[in-house]
Structures are given as structure tokens and as C-alpha cells.
Design a binder for this molecule. Structure first.
Ligand code: GAP
Length: 454
């Protein structure tokens, strides 16, 4: 399976999905650029999420808040004090690690948050440094994961937001005052978050700059939340399936009660079987009234809801379904990657993306490059379709090679203009997955694509 990851890293670089960033300067700290196809794939995933979460629901509204926020927010939320990971350094080779990850990998023990215990285990059980193989550790110590920066006109440290959620809580009052929302309702946001991870890695799984798609869903404290909690989990599993994840590659992990924050009633992660093992993809937490109460106390502003029907005022409780966008992209890439042996003995690599997520929906080929009448007709078709679908025109190399190129980027349909087209206005449409070809009238092509790309 590790091999699969290498193949995906290589294909996505070679074919313009994901590039290691700052490469001409020797790279930079496991950061990546989404190339032309990756950017398209990412946009399609965001659009699908927004459509399902905001557009299709009367009980949800969207928000687009800033990355730089008043640092009082992070004090109130507990991030300044407690958003820490445990780090430990190898005194021999100077490599730095997450202490809890090292301990868990070596002993299976989950000692998250227990610095002294971690130090003891690392030293007493002589846990080896994964890099140099020696066992000579510093003590485990906490490191705050927020990135600090400065701002003109502001005294003191400012932080790049470590999650998008904070920007949502502080707009609760504005949303209540400006929109006709009634509890229960939710606010959704997509955007960048920044965490100074001790070790980033596993390609785009753990990044220091990443994107989240988060929902804060506000409910009455008296509300029987258990059924809704289950429905959000099912929604998250359904969204993972939309990305192409198979049911058997998903599982739920419920955080043990003793590990939950005092305000949380329940937290469940949706884990996916990545090539490096089951790991968190999405999360769902019942956060009680912690966020609105903390921001209300710290700001002196009432963050309450007035239920006019029952003449009651209360601080809503929050259910928080959170989705990692980069991890969603990774799931889509892993699930789509397919190697197939063909009848003629050759092999093909095909990215079987869910059709609605594919970066390019349709490729248009003239059968021969040196026949202006075919090229002209194919160009005409490309020009007609490109305002509706992401299309590509390709006249380079033989048709077989063009199919393989489109298979590798997961294009669902390839359309060829040939000599018959000039006679009867039909084209050959080849399906990415079955490789079957059918003749379709040009006037029916747009409808065919619309029907089949849903
Ligand atoms: N507001 C809640 C929150 O931020 P989280 O579990 O810390 O919860 C939510 O993060 C999601 O963000 C995770 O489920 C994961 O998909 C994604 N995520 C977290 N850290 C990440 C990182 N370093 N790189 C990429 N994605 C990350």
C-alpha cells in the first residue's frame, strides 16, 4: 500500500495535480501547490460540499471570514493556552518528533497530553529514533501550534487562524440579526487554517497550511441531539462516498469519555483507510455551550438566541461537523487510482474519479491532426462545449495515446471527430470506465454529457 502512495505522488506531479511547492528553491517544509487539474478537483469538491451543505438546505447559511482575527478570540477559545502538541528531539541527530506519536507507534500506548509519562516511556523503553536508530531523547514538552505574526497598528502577537470555526462563532450575533434563521440552524465555512505541526507529512494528509470545510450547527440545549448527531455522521459518510470512498474503507472512532473536553458530550472521527493506515478524515463533536459562552464572557456581548414562540432566551449548544479539504482530495485520489490490464496485454492507469468531480469532463479530438476539416470541426465543438463543461482539445499523437492521457487525469468522456462526422454530424463518444464507444449526434452531445456527469 505504501507503494500506492508513491504512485499517486508521482502521477499527481507528472500530470499537473499536485506539485511539491518551492521546488526550485529546494522545496519547503512539506508544502504543496495544487496544479491545474488539482485546483479543478479541489474546486469541484468544495462546490459539491457547498451545494449539499448550504444551497440544498433551508437551515444553513454560508460565511467567509478572515484568517487574521482579534487574538482575544484565541484566548477565549483556549487555543493560546492549550492548543499544544508534545514534541521531543533526538539528541543524536537533532530530528524533532511528536512525542505521543512515537510512543504510540512503539508501544501502542495513547499518552496524549501526559508529558511526564511520555518522557518516561521514551527513555525507559529505549524507543528508537526513526531516523538514526539511537535512543537519546530530550524531555517531551509542549509546543503551541499556532503561527504567530505581527500586524501594523496592533500591539502584540496576531495568529493565523488554526481552524475556521473561530471565525464562525464570533459572527453568530451578526447572522442572527441579519438573517431570518431560527434555531436549529447552521453556519458553514470553507477556508484556510494554519497549524505549526511538529511533523508534517504523508503527502497532503498533514500540512501546516490546509483547508477545512466546517459547520457550526446551533441547537436548543433542551433538544434531543442524539438522532441529529447520528444523521451528521451519516452525512459525513455519505460525503466520503461522494468522494469515491468505499464503505469498507471507512470506520468510526468514538473518543473515549475520559479523553473528552469537559464541555463535550461526544466526539466521533470518521476514519479512512489511507495507504498508511486508518486515519482521521472528518470529525464530529458535540461542543455544548462552550464556544458561545466563552466568547460571550470574554467579549461582554450576549451571544444568545431568543425563541419568540416560547418566550425563552438561551445559549444554543453546538454540533460541529468538520471536514478536511486536503484529506478529502487525498481520499478522492486514492479511491480513483486504478491499474488495469487490457485484453491486448497492455496496461492502463485510470483515475476513476466520480464523474461529477473529474477535473476535465470531456476531451475533444480530431481523428487526424493534418486534416484541417477535422481539426476545424473539432475546434468548433470544443468552443461550443467549453462554456458548459471543463473541456480539453487534444490533437497530439495517435488516438490510443490521447485516450491514455485522458485516462490518467480521469476524464469521463473522449469525443472524436472523424470523417463520418463531416457527413452525418455524429461523433464517437468513448467512456473512460468501460472504454466502450458509441456514436452520438452532435446536437445531442450536450444533453448526453449533462445526464451522465451528475
Ligand atoms: N474545529 C474543529 C477542528 O478544527 P480538527 O479535528 O482539529 O477539528 C478538523 O480538524 C479537520 O481538519 C480534520 O478532521 C482534518 O480533516 C483536517 N486537518 C486537521 N489538521 C490537519 C493538517 N495538519 N493537515 C491537513 N488537514 C488537517
Amino acid at each position: 500500500m505504501e507503494n500506492l502512495m508513491e504512485k499517486i505522488v508521482s502521477l499527481t506531479k507528472r500530470r499537473g495535480f499536485v506539485f511539491p511547492s518551492s521546488e526550485i528553491y529546494g522545496g519547503f517544509a512539506n508544502s504543496y501547490s495544487y496544479g491545474p487539474y488539482g485546483a479543478e478537483l479541489k474546486k469541484n469538491i468544495k462546490d459539491l460540499w457547498w451545494k449539499k451543505v448550504v444551497q440544498n438546505r433551508a437551515d444553513m447559511v454560508g460565511l467567509d471570514g478572515p484568517i487574521l482575527l482579534n487574538p482575544k478570540l484565541w484566548e477565549a477559545s483556549g487555543h493560546t493556552e492549550g492548543f499544544n502538541d508534545a514534541m521531543v528531539d533526538c539528541k543524536e541527530c537533532k530530528k524533532r518528533y511528536r512525542a505521543d506519536h512515537l510512543v504510540e507507534k512503539a508501544t501502542g500506548k495513547d499518552l496524549e497530553g501526559q508529558l511526564e509519562e511520555m518522557t518516561k516511556v521514551l527513555k525507559e523503553e529505549k524507543v528508537k529514533c526513526p531516523d538514526c536508530g539511537k535512543s537519546n531523547w530530550t524531555d517531551a514538552r509542549n509546543m503551541n501550534m499556532m503561527f504567530k505574526t505581527q500586524m501594523n497598528g496592533f500591539d502584540g502577537d496576531v495568529y493565523l487562524r488554526p481552524e475556521t470555526a473561530g471565525a464562525i462563532f464570533i459572527e453568530f450575533k451578526n447572522i442572527i440579526d441579519s438573517m431570518r434563521v431560527k434555531v436549529p440552524f447552521g453556519i458553514a465555512q470553507i477556508g484556510k487554517a494554519f497549524r505549526n505541526e511538529i511533523v508534517a507529512g504523508n503527502f497532503i494528509f498533514r500540512l501546516r497550511e490546509f483547508e477545512q470545510m466546517e459547520i457550526e450547527y446551533f441547537v436548543d440545549p433542551e433538544f434531543k441531539w442524539e438522532k441529529m448527531f447520528e444523521e451528521w455522521l451519516e452525512f459525513q459518510e455519505e460525503f466520503a462516498a461522494d468522494l469515491g470512498a468505499k464503505k469498507e474503507d471507512l470506520r468510526r472512532y468514538e473518543h473515549p469519555k475520559e479523553k473528552l473536553s469537559h464541555y463535550s458530550k461526544k466526539t466521533v472521527d470518521i476514519e479512512y483507510k489511507f495507504p498508511f493506515g486508518f486515519s482521521e478524515l472528518f470529525g464530529l463533536a458535540h461542543r455544548g455551550d462552550f464556544d458561545l459562552k466563552s466568547h460571550s464572557d470574554a467579549s461582554g456581548q450576549k451571544l444568545e438566541y431568543f425563541d419568540a414562540q416560547n418566550n425563552r432566551r438561551f445559549t444554543p449548544h453546538i454540533l460541529e461537523p468538520t471536514f478536511g479539504l486536503d484529506r478529502s482530495i487525498l481520499v478522492t485520489l486514492v479511491s480513483a487510482y486504478t491499474e488495469e490490464k487490457l485484453e491486448d496485454g497492455s496496461e492502463r492507469v485510470v483515475m476513476k474519479f466520480p464523474k461529477k468531480l473529474a477535473p476535465v469532463k470531456c476531451a475533444i479530438f480530431p481523428l487526424l491532426k493534418n486534416k484541417p476539416e477535422l481539426v476545424g470541426k473539432a475546434r468548433e465543438l470544443y468552443d461550443a462545449l467549453k462554456s458548459q463543461f471543463m473541456c480539453e482539445f487534444d490533437d497530439n499523437g495517435n488516438i490510443g495515446k490521447r485516450y491514455r492521457r485522458q485516462d490518467e487525469i480521469g476524464t469521463p468522456y473522449c469525443v472524436t471527430v472523424d470523417f463520418d462526422t463531416l457527413e452525418d454530424d455524429t461523433v464517437t463518444v468513448r467512456d473512460r470506465d468501460t472504454m466502450e464507444q458509441q456514436r452520438i449526434k452532435i446536437e445531442e452531445l450536450e444533453g448526453f454529457l449533462k445526464d451522465n456527469l451528475k
